[in-house]
Design a protein around this ligand. Structure first.
Ligand SMILES: C[S@@+](CC[C@H](N)C(=O)[O-])C[C@H]1O[C@@H](n2cnc3c(N)ncnc32)[C@H](O)[C@@H]1O
Length: 285
């Protein structure tokens, strides 16, 4: 796994919208494997500073290694971006970036349990120091809530059937068993594996991703200098809807992107993960 690199999505657009320049201060709220962070540090050379947050300690260790050449221009913090104001008390930034979802490292490490492509434990926690694993979540969640989560992830047609399946056992042995059971229960649609959305729904629920995103959007303006910008990249329509609507009624934030920015054809071709990406940018007034 040590050679896994996460190809950052919309890197040039992020630098441009965040107006990255020497002397500025930036927050990468989802530093991950450090792809965006590295490009921000390069573009703000020689003295721009970057703070990075991630709730995944393994990701932080990787980005620390990658960003080591930038020395004390970088500071990395372990935690949930929804708690950014208490993780970074008194800090203000010229730009904040949040690149939501999972990284390639998380998806491609079978022991983390994010992928239906490889056998692994039903874990799916981004922060392994806390919270229920996917197996514990499945055992404890009510059928009503599970069905709702599956609907949110786009399984409108099969949410009931899938809920019955997922709750039909006290425990699942791992990702492969669950993925196979899902394949036997619902048909394949298009090119994607039948378990794609089920795994996404579970991951989002286990990590309380929607809740964290809303809390983050609530505090993000207070992290910005006046005129500072917030850029959010989402990969799922429910997330994008939350981002799009969040600041509609706020007077301290104005919208910079009228419609979401999506990757150009070349990027979509070279980086399949980028195909569902949507970037929205806001500015603190
Ligand atoms: C798509 S990756 C970011 C990749 C990064 N931009 C890069 O170029 O390498 C998303 C990262 O956000 C982290 N993450 C997701 N939700 C988080 C949250 N609520 N708080 C902090 N980090 C979070 C994940 O652990 C993951 O490492």
């Amino acid at each position: 796994m040590s050679d896994v690199r996460h190809q950052p999505v919309l890197p040039a657009e992020c630098l441009e919208f965040l107006r990255v320049r020497p002397g500025g201060r930036w927050l990468d709220a989802t530093v991950g494997l450090g792809g965006h962070a590295e490009s921000i540090l390069q573009a703000s050379s020689p003295d721009g500073r970057l703070m990075g947050i991630d709730r995944d300690a393994d990701a932080l260790a990787r980005s620390a290694e990658r960003l080591a050449p930038f020395g004390d221009r970088v500071r990395l913090v372990h935690g949930n971006y929804s708690e950014a104001t208490s993780l970074l008390p008194g800090e203000n930034f010229d730009g904040v970036l949040a690149d939501l979802g999972v990284s390639s490292m998380q998806l491609l490490t079978p022991e983390r349990g994010f992928s239906f492509m490889a056998e692994g434990p039903l874990d799916m926690r981004m922060d392994r120091s806390t919270g229920p694993s996917a197996a514990e979540y499945l055992a404890a969640v009510s059928p009503e809530e599970l069905e709702e989560r599956l609907r949110e992830a786009g399984e409108e047609r099969f949410a009931k059937k899938l809920t019955a399946l997922l709750k039909s056992r006290e425990s699942w042995s791992g990702t492969a068993e669950l993925a196979q059971a899902v394949s036997r229960t619902i048909p394949r649609r298009g090119k994607s594996h039948p378990a794609t959305r089920v795994f996404m729904a579970l991951r989002m629920a286990v990590n309380r991703e929607m809740e964290s995103l809303k809390s983050f959007l609530e505090v993000a303006p207070s992290l910005l200098e006046p005129g500072g910008r917030l850029a959010v990249i989402s990969f799922h329509s429910t997330e994008d809807r939350i981002v799009k609507r969040f600041y509609q009624k706020r007077e301290d934030v104005r919208r910079i992107t009228k419609s979401p920015v999506i990757p150009a054809w070349e990027e979509r071709k070279g980086n399949p993960r980028s195909r569902s990406a949507k970037l929205r940018v806001f500015e603190k007034i």
